[in-house]
Design a protein around this ligand. Structure first.
Ligand SMILES: Cc1cc2nc3c(=O)[nH]c(=O)nc-3n(C[C@H](O)[C@H](O)[C@H](O)COP(=O)(O)O)c2cc1C
Length: 399
């Protein structure tokens, strides 16, 4: 990293959770974001009222960035039949409703674009997240032919994917670019590419899944070629004030898989190709449950990886994974583990997490709540404080 970048980093590292963050040509109002989470609530890729309300709650809840779930660039790239999509212009109006609500309520509207590659064509997590079968076909959700860099199944018992031809690779790069253009047309200001969890971009990068011997496989430079081509195609076609983020699996956690050294090198290429932020996740390259690939699920379990990536790139880095506590979020930023914290399940538990964190960290008296809520909650807080002083509790009348 250059000395100027190091100086900028040093001053950035003393920023608080609720200071703004510059990401490329975009300014995030604070450093709390909602991590993309598939809801499996869609039919034919269309965003529904469920998405509007589900995501809208996080904007009303004070998150500076709300990233809509992995949204497929190609129907074959859906994880399940119920994923959202951006492979057709017809998807734009539904996406636009979501983006415009998020923006109107103070959050940067973000969307993750994805292609599940050899991990596509499965049922929902609550049904096992396993490949669709003929039985599913009878129930109206048939399996489809998945595509990947090589005809290597994701794990034992998983179907063999079709290995993309060179022409098909060119076509898929266009699909990424077109989906990004639709997301921008819908009003999203943050386009995140799903380059993690064993999905198509990751499966090109990892030697575990990429066994090609042409320009898109072999050594590390050639395995990077497809993801970098996707990044360049999108960066060259979206406005400068739309941030381009890339979620990567920092490690494969498997013998012969990607290590943090490999992905740190890849991150520098991503930054050079025009990525504005690296979002640090891990795992997913195999579905073989007999191999223990998972990073141990402690608090902030990707922070060591995001810390390392921050040391090698000049762009901001996000961390995700069991961030649950406002003081933890503050320390992650102050210790240089991340520039941005993303929360997934914690937000499902408390969509107002960011506002609650702001009260805890900045003693904020409802100034950042939607006025319709804040104007009612502030006098209520005073009453609650008076009752607490007087020793009265909700159970007093029963004692
Ligand atoms: C229901 C659910 C759906 C998810 N869908 C996605 C997704 O669409 N894209 C993605 O990159 N990660 C996805 N993830 C992973 C989360 O974004 C996040 O990285 C992970 O849950 C760890 O963060 P947490 O401990 O704050 O939940 C999903 C996780 C959950 C629980």
């Amino acid at each position: 990293m250059s000395s100027t970048a190091a100086t900028t980093r040093a001053s950035a590292s003393v920023q608080g959770v609720f200071s703004s963050l510059r990401v490329g040509g975009l300014e995030l109002p604070n450093r709390v974001g909602v991590s993309p989470m598939c809801m499996y609530a869609s039919a034919d890729g269309f965003a529904t009222d469920f998405h509007l309300v589900h995501l809208g709650r996080f904007a009303l809840g004070g998150a500076g960035l709300v990233i809509m779930e992995a949204t497929a660039i190609d129907p074959r790239g859906r994880i399940s039949h119920h994923d959202t999509g951006a492979w057709s212009d017809e998807h734009v109006p539904g996406l636009e409703r979501v983006a415009s609500f998020l923006a109107a309520h103070g959050a940067v509207p973000g969307i993750q674009l994805g292609h599940a590659g050899r991990r596509a064509s499965v049922n929902e997590p609550w049904a096992g997240g396993v490949p669709l079968t003929d039985q599913d076909a009878a129930a109206g959700t048939p399996p489809w032919q998945t595509v990947a860099p090589s005809a290597v199944p994701a794990g034992p018992g998983w179907p063999v994917s079709h290995a993309l031809t060179l022409d098909e690779i060119d076509r898929s790069i266009e699909q990424w670019r077109d989906a990004a253009a639709r997301a921008v047309a819908a009003g999203f200001r943050w386009i995140e590419l799903h380059g993690a969890h064993g999905y198509l971009l990751h499966s090109f990068l990892s030697p575990v899944s990429n066994r090609r011997d042409d320009a898109f496989g072999g050594d590390a430079d050639r395995r990077m070629r497809y993801p970098l081509a996707v990044v360049q195609a999108i960066r060259n076609s979206i406005p400068a004030n739309v941030a381009l983020a890339y979620r990567m699996s920092a490690v494969d956690g498997i013998a012969d898989g990607l290590t943090i050294d490999d992905t740190a090198a890849f991150a520098t290429h991503l930054a050079a190709a025009g990525v504005d932020l690296i979002d640090t996740s891990s795992g997913g390259i195999t579905t073989d449950r007999s191999v223990d690939t998972r990073v141990r699920r402690g608090f902030a379990f990707h922070a060591d990886f995001s810390h390392r990536l921050r040391e090698v790139v000049d762009i901001p880095v996000a961390t995700v994974g069991f961030v649950v506590d406002p003081a933890q979020a503050r320390l992650l930023i102050q210790h240089g583990d991340a520039d941005l914290v993303l929360l997934g399940r914690e937000m499902l538990d408390d969509p107002n997490w960011a506002l609650h964190a702001r009260r805890a960290l900045d003693a904020d008296e409802f100034a950042h709540w939607n006025v319709r809520y804040g104007s009612a909650l502030q006098p209520r807080a005073k009453t609650l404080a008076r009752l607490a002083d007087s020793g009265e509790t909700p159970l007093s009348r029963f004692t």
